[in-house]
Design a protein around this ligand. Structure first.
Ligand SMILES: Cc1cc2nc3c(=O)[nH]c(=O)nc-3n(C[C@H](O)[C@H](O)[C@H](O)COP(=O)(O)O)c2cc1C
Ligand SMILES: [Fe+2]
Ligand SMILES: [Fe+2]
Length: 395
């Protein structure tokens, strides 16, 4: 556990870093690790908002006890039941058998299923308030940000939002805990990757949560991963608003699948042509090398997406198929699309990329280009058209 920090009023941040785990949810790479946070409110009544993943620290409950300085824990508020935050529920109940578990109608089924807890439950409704003395908490139901039972807790007194996964980030807290103590640029990338990989699928539910919080003054945002926003919460609120509206930067990401380099050559050719049009934000990735986590992050970032696949047993390349399926699943919207590929029998790559276009419904900037054999100069004319059309959309 890291050293607890006072946030404001009687609210304390409690957190731990995880630099051991390679994959978050056993899926998303953690090159910079991840942090789990929760919050203890030491008021006339005491309350813990969420816990952390079990096994990350052996001293979690001891730290809570130390911070409580001999007082008991009155409430354990469960904003989100995913196991990276509910891992210490059982241990907390064992230490504080009379603690009241606060959740909504959907929380307790999951609490029972995972932790066998059926007693001392306090069910709260949307908008219901709970006074701890100085702090007055209000519960805001925000289902599907990121699980069905997800809610946020808002402290009316100090205008602090305990937001759960929303406004969270990958990356450990390396010394700095608060937004005014960190290098923002470093976290921005990890924040978008976290948002796009974990929460992006529920972007419309994030927008619904925003509508619910519209007009509510927020002085601090306390998420359960990454930095705590006590100085400039509008930064993180603004980014999440943009990302969940699927707004993107004027740039293009080109992702290709290539076994022998022909499709890769087309990718480089198209990128050069786009650069000649003055577009600077151009990224190229090999789908076989770059993890889908990064690819999704890039697609969330840039307005232009150009996908290329060699034909592979009458299909597109399997890893490209995996990426397109994930994009369909996430329902990413509002991108400008270009398609290209390479074949030597009767095709399969571009044919199937076209089906992806039909299902995702993005704007196709130009006719897809499918090149037979080596992409010689005479075959590049169509690629140039695609590049120019894409560049036009990004100017
Ligand atoms: C395992 C394998 C499967 C292939 N399947 C097809 C196919 O179904 N249809 C086709 O037109 N070409 C097929 N090809 C040919 C390649 O798509 C073609 O050589 C293409 O130019 C390779 O592009 P690359 O150099 O970017 O890997 C296949 C090649 C391999 C090695
Ligand atoms: Fe979660
Ligand atoms: Fe989480």
């Amino acid at each position: 556990m890291l050293k607890p920090q006072k946030v404001t009023g009687k609210i304390y941040w409690l957190g731990a870093n995880d630099r051991k785990k390679h994959l978050f949810e056993n899926m998303w790479p953690l090159p910079n690790g991840v942090a789990y946070s929760c919050y203890l409110i030491k008021d006339e009544k005491t309350a813990l908002v969420d816990t952390i993943e079990s096994g990350v620290s052996t001293e979690f409950v001891d730290k809570v006890e130390e911070l409580l300085e001999g007082r008991t824990l009155d409430y354990l508020i469960i904003n989100h039941m995913e196991l990276d935050h509910s891992g210490e529920i059982k241990a907390i109940i064992q230490r504080y058998p009379n603690v009241k578990i606060v959740g909504n109608s959907k929380t307790f089924k999951v609490v029972e299923a995972y932790w066998g807890v059926t007693e001392n439950l306090k069910q709260v409704e949307d908008g219901e308030e709970l006074s701890l003395g100085y702090h007055h908490l209000k519960f805001v139901m925000t289902p599907w940000v990121h699980w069905p039972e997800t809610m946020m807790t808002y402290d009316v007194t100090e205008q602090v939002l305990f937001s759960g996964d929303a406004f969270g980030s990958f990356g450990t807290l390396d010394g700095g805990v608060f937004d005014d103590e960190i290098e923002f640029a470093y976290y921005e990338e990890e924040m978008r990757r976290y948002f796009s990989n974990i929460v992006g699928k529920y972007a419309n539910m994030v927008q619904k949560a925003f509508k619910k919080l519209d007009g509510v003054p927020v002085k601090a945002v306390c998420p359960v991963h990454g930095p705590v926003w006590r100085s400039n919460p509008e930064v993180v609120l603004g980014l999440y608003d943009r990302w969940s509206k699927m707004e993107a930067e004027n740039g293009v990401v080109i992702i290709y699948a290539s076994m022998y380099g022909n499709t890769e050559q087309i990718a480089d050719h198209i990128a050069r042509k786009i650069a000649e049009q003055g577009i600077k934000k151009i990224r190229i990735h090999d789908v076989s090398k770059t993890h889908i986590s990064t690819l999704i992050n890039e697609i969330w970032r840039y307005k232009g997406v150009i996908l290329g696949s060699c034909a592979y047993n009458s299909e597109m390349f399997p890893l490209m198929e995996n990426l397109t399926r994930e994009l369909e699943h996430m329902g990413v919207k509002g991108r400008e699309l270009g398609l290209f590929g390479s074949f030597s029998w009767n095709g399969g790559g571009v044919k199937n990329l076209k089906k992806f276009h039909e299902s995702i419904g993005w704007n196709l900037v130009a006719e897809p280009v499918d090149i037979y054999g080596i992409p010689t100069a005479d075959k590049y004319a169509q690629c140039d058209e695609l590049a120019l059309a894409m560049a036009e959309k990004l100017k």
